[in-house]
Design a protein around this ligand. Structure first.
Ligand SMILES: *Cc1c(COP(=O)(O)O)cnc(C)c1O
Length: 450
């Protein structure tokens, strides 16, 4: 969480600083009144961090000044209370609550996916557009052959439309008969685009070792921007582009694996790609993704999620039924308790595929003219201790990926699960989220629209 040097306030915002110091003084007074003699707690919970150069803890300042504080998914609200700002949650227990994020079904389904929206309307009418919980009534239709087939056709239509758009915009051809497997979000180490890259290298290696391997042809899509000064994130973008150039150009694999990195990711790109996706990758290190919202956009568009138990993905899996998700990897509790002794080297030394994947990357196979990229990845994944624990989750990601591939080979079973996901996505409408803010925090009534 952000801590700003107090010195900056002295130079730039001296009046703000006076006020912040007064808020800090009163907060410390309140803490010591409640827990006399507990100076450690007052120190931990206060706004100005002392000892060395003084820092202003921005989150503590925000909490001191708010009447209501929430995380944006159940796990995030719980971590705030129990770990991140525990002392303040104990001081102000009534302020803390949860508001799980949502996305608008008008933009993310009705407008962006006319094929699927039409097919839902035909089955249950269009009242879901302003009352998303109505999608529950699709659940029994997962057993209806006619509906299953129309949902499958809607997905195919969305894939064709996206493929045409991609061809006309970027001159890139993709095959709608392959699995469209997407990870689109800001580039960040905790979101683990690199873990997805490791999976793709592992599949590439398996195919090169065994050209007759029976694996479903797949197109991997990445999109996302890096923050301007986040050097490592830019190296990850370059690595994924190089990985794409190699596998798309390799005669041994190019008919079955393709990787497309879409430039300039934005909402308009998301509105086109998400309806066309079969698979949604939500693979953050558990405990790091506050909520996520692209996970919800994919779910209401009938993609199946392969992901970790993090953010709102946990609640999505509960709503759809965990058997309709491909969950894998360490839980947030396991991440927290094992990070002290975790070593990526154990996985490198004891898992032959993990080792082979890393050796291939570090050999420069994908970045022949850019040795700095292999060096940076080696630092992130091995020498630097792998703080986001990519290697801890790679084997279980591969195992979940095998389950995914085997389900895809049964189109009806796949589409049934997609329907159960759509049916369970009602909770993730921002209409629900906003109604909760209005009722529990803002105390405002809805304004009737005539
Ligand atoms: C939804 C959305 C996001 C958020 O994606 P996450 O996977 O939840 O991080 C980011 N950028 C764009 C353009 C989006 O549409």
């Amino acid at each position: 969480m952000e801590k700003w040097p107090l010195r900056w306030f002295e130079l730039l915002l001296p009046r703000h600083l006076e006020i912040i110091l007064e808020i800090d003084r009163r907060l410390r007074e309140e803490l010591l009144a409640r827990w006399p003699d507990d100076n450690d707690r007052a120190e931990r919970a206060s706004i100005v961090e002392r000892g060395g150069a003084r820092l202003v803890r921005m989150a503590h300042l925000a909490i001191a000044g708010s009447h209501s504080v929430n995380g944006v998914a159940e796990i995030h609200s719980r971590l705030l209370r129990d770990v991140t700002v525990r002392d303040l949650a104990e001081l102000y227990p009534d302020r803390f609550n949860n508001k799980t994020n949502g996305v608008t079904p008008r933009r993310w389904l009705l407008l962006s996916n006319p094929d699927l929206a039409g097919c839902i309307n035909e089955a249950i009418g269009d009242r879901w557009v302003t009352d998303m919980e109505r999608l529950e009534t699709l659940r029994p239709l997962a057993e209806d052959g006619g509906f299953v087939s129309s949902v499958r056709q809607a997905k195919r239509a969305a894939k064709l439309r996206f493929a045409d758009w991609l061809k006309s915009q970027a001159g890139i051809s993709v095959d709608p008969d392959t699995i469209f497997d997407s990870q689109v979000k800001r580039i960040h180490e905790y979101k683990r685009q690199l873990l997805n890259g490791l999976r793709i290298v592992a599949l590439y290696r398996r195919l090169r070792e065994n050209p007759h391997l029976d694996i479903a042809p797949r197109t991997f899509f990445f999109a996302g921007k890096a923050a301007p000064a986040y050097h490592v994130a830019k190296v990850i973008i370059k690595f994924l582009n190089n990985l794409g150039d190699t596998i798309n150009g390799d005669p041994a694999t190019r008919d079955r694996l393709r990787l497309v990195f879409l430039p300039d990711y934005c909402v308009s790109v998301a509105e086109r790609l998400i309806p066309a996706s079969d698979v949604s990758n939500q693979i953050s290190t558990a405990g790091y993704e506050a909520s996520g919202t692209s996970n919800m956009k994919f779910m209401m568009n009938g993609a199946l999620t392969i992901g970790t138990r993090d953010g709102a993905t946990i609640e999505m899996a509960a709503a759809a039924g965990e058997e309709n998700f491909f969950l894998f990897g360490l839980t947030a509790e396991q991440v927290a308790t094992s990070r002290g002794w975790y070593s990526p080297w154990w996985h490198y030394e004891n898992e032959p595929e993990t080792r082979a994947v890393l050796d291939l990357i570090m050999s420069g196979h994908f970045c022949r003219h850019e040795p700095m990229i292999g060096e940076t990845l080696r630092n992130i994944l091995l020498a630097g201790g792998d703080p986001y624990m990519h290697l801890a989750d790679l084997a279980s990601y591969m195992e979940a990926d095998m389950r995914l591939q085997s389900l895809y080979s049964e189109p009806d079973a796949w589409t049934r699960r997609a329907i159960l996901n759509i049916a369970g996505s009602g909770k993730f409408s921002s209409d629900r989220t906003i109604a909760e803010y209005a009722n529990d925090i803002w105390n405002v009534e809805p304004c009737p629209v005539r």
